[in-house]
Design a protein around this ligand. Structure first.
Ligand SMILES: [Zn+2]
Ligand SMILES: [Zn+2]
Length: 189
């Protein structure tokens, strides 16, 4: 018989009602949690050291408290020269995941990925741990990754990687307000 065509991430749904009152710990290190959306969104980012999330989920009124830490490292293109930039990830997080109010349950059924990470499954609220892992990963990424702090980037004229050498292009425009002074200095020489 054909296997159920459930999405690969279905196994990371946690029933909030079944959590012990003191909460429960989870370790997620299935790289597909991050690889699948990276591929889906065509993000230029590859995993260098395995990503791993440790989290504890404590049930609360109207939702649950998710506290954890995400570690690993990825390679992204440098914001200045587009060469590989290693990005170290070590991010703590703490989020309250709210159960959508009753009247929006039908809505949540129709659009399980709509908002938040709590989805409905047979009217029992389920927390999507994989979605939490993905969002915390996005939050942990730098806005402008650099291959190194002092990266010199590419020449805007010829595209030469200035970390590897100079090019023949003119240096950057000097301040035009200084031009008269420069002329004066040249005349006196
Ligand atoms: Zn660079
Ligand atoms: Zn150049």
């Amino acid at each position: 018989c054909a296997p159920e065509s459930e999405g690969p991430m279905r196994k990371y749904l946690v029933s909030i009602n079944d959590l012990p009152p003191g909460g429960k710990d989870f370790t997620l290190d299935d790289q597909d949690i991050w690889l699948a959306p990276l591929r889906e969104f065509h993000m230029e980012c590859r995993i260098q050291r395995r990503l791993e999330a440790h989290m504890s989920v404590v049930p609360a009124e109207d939702g649950c408290l998710v506290r954890g830490r995400l570690t690993g490292s990825v390679i992204m293109p440098c914001n200045r020269c587009a060469e590989d930039a290693a990005v170290e990830i070590d991010a703590g997080f703490e989020e309250f995941e709210e159960i959508p109010p009753e009247e929006s349950a039908a809505l949540a059924d129709a659009d399980p990925d709509g908002t938040g990470h709590v989805v409905y499954d047979r009217h029992a609220p389920m927390l999507d741990l994989a979605a939490v892992c993905w969002e915390e990963f996005l939050l942990a990424l730098p806005v402008a990754p650099l291959c190194r702090e002092e990266c010199r980037g590419l020449c805007p004229i010829c595209g030469t990687n200035l970390n590897e050498g100079c090019c023949a292009c003119a240096p950057e425009e000097e301040d035009p307000r200084m031009a008269p002074l420069r002329e004066l200095a040249a005349r006196r020489q």
